[in-house]
Design a protein around this ligand. Structure first.
Ligand code: 3PG
Length: 394
């Protein structure tokens, strides 16, 4: 269902889940892409005269009220983009939330505090999540799901709440799903998936399934060192998930067996410490010094990755190749981003970190086929998993 299927919204209280989980540096938003992406649906609701209540999370405060995870910067930025004040409640479902919602006029926007301040939000206990969802539901009349980046999470404001009120998918969720559907339903070949980034274990879990759908997997970012270790290389002080080495060995064997390619770096950039101004050195993957750590793929690998990407007809990329926010370790990410802009076919960048990295490196959104607001969500979609936040809508 779309927002337009919800009937007359004038004067109705519309609870909308958005993904406003933006990167912050000292309280300053460094990439507002996810907030911008939320604007069209919110504008549609304002124009329809709804009283809008935004639910969102920031970071992982794990059920505790932590001021550094307040949604205040996101509420302020959203207000600037909408051209109207966004009234931020002082709590999630307490007195302040009730008062803030009650004060709304038609077309006005309120935001509850970080839903992850409530232990029920991410609870594994259905009853606990349900109890919190009841409190959310009491604040509204209908629910709109527009936080594509969180639809893979079975959480109170994403999943349970949708079951308590008439619901619909917002325009952002619809648009994201449409692009991802193109990637899963007979993608033009070669289909290349490029994986990087720091959330290593999350990504290792998706590789199994991606090996079934993609022709080639290109591996960079933090997880590459677990792959190198699986190949028998020493990785020095680099990020390594020792308990995943055997799993990765299995992936490498499986890829061989089914005739899929896993492309790994042949060189990396190492440094003595995890610092922006640490001295970078290019080394072969068989020469990583014991007392150094890898912070980017090397130039030879970057060129090889770029060649594979440019030859593809469909590319999905999730996760920077190195520490892209530091100039000395951004080369791999820049090369991959550049290659994506040259793809003769569909190129999709997925995830907050990758999107932030390409914008920070000076690329424009329209140089890519699509920039998805979802990292984990888009990967799980591509894996063919059922996403709870989508499955519950209807
Ligand atoms: C994201 O950043 O991918 C989404 O906002 C979900 O965040 P999470 O991984 O902390 O659930």
């Amino acid at each position: 269902k779309s927002v337009s299927d919800l009937g007359e919204l004038r004067g109705k209280r519309v609870l909308i889940r958005c993904d406003l989980n933006v990167p912050l540096d000292d309280g300053r938003i460094t990439d507002d892409g996810r907030i911008r992406a939320s604007v069209p649906t919110l504008t549609q609701l304002r124009e329809a005269g709804a009283k809008i209540i935004v639910l969102a999370h920031l970071g992982r405060p794990k059920g505790q009220v932590k001021p550094e995870f307040s949604l205040a910067p996101a509420a302020k930025r959203l207000g600037e983009l909408l051209g109207t004040e966004v009234k931020l409640a002082g709590d999630v479902v307490g007195e302040s939330a009730t008062e803030t919602v009650a004060s709304l006029n038609d077309g006005e926007v309120a935001m509850l505090e970080n839903v992850r301040f409530e232990p029920g939000e991410e609870s594994k206990d259905e009853a606990e999540r349900g109890a919190l969802a009841d409190k959310y539901a009491a604040l509204g009349d209908v629910f709109v799901s527009d936080g594509f980046g969180v639809v893979h999470r079975k959480q109170a404001s994403v999943y349970d709440l949708a079951g308590k009120l008439p619901n619909a998918a917002g325009g952002l969720v619809k648009a994201e799903v449409e692009v991802l559907r193109q990637l899963t339903e007979e993608p033009a070949e070669p289909y290349v998936v490029v994986l990087g980034g720091a959330k290593v274990s999350d990504k290792l879990a998706v590789i199994d399934n991606l090996l079934k759908t993609a022709d080639t997997l290109v591996i960079g970012g933090g997880m590459l060192f677990t792959f190198l270790a699986a190949q028998g290389y020493e990785v020095g002080k680099s990020l390594l998930e020792q308990d995943q080495v055997e799993v990765v060995k299995g992936y490498l064997e499986q890829a061989d067996k089914v005739g899929k390619k896993i492309v790994l770096p042949t060189d990396v950039i190492v440094a003595p410490e995890f610092k922006a101004d640490a001295k970078p050195t290019v080394v072969g993957v068989d020469q990583i010094p014991q007392d150094q750590l890898g912070l980017d793929i090397g130039p030879e690998s970057a060129a090889a990755f770029a060649a594979v990407i440019k030859d593809a007809k469909t590319v999905f990329w999730n996760g920077p190749m190195g520490v892209a926010e530091w100039a000395a370790f951004a080369g791999g990410t820049r090369a991959v981003a550049q290659a994506l802009t040259e793809v003769d076919g569909l190129s999709v960048v997925g995830g907050g970190d990758s999107a932030a990295a390409v914008r920070d490196l000076g690329f424009a959104d329209d140089q890519f086929g699509h920039i998805s607001t979802g990292g984990g969500a888009s990967l799980e979609y591509l894996e063919g998993k059922e996403l709870p936040g989508l499955a519950v809508l209807g």
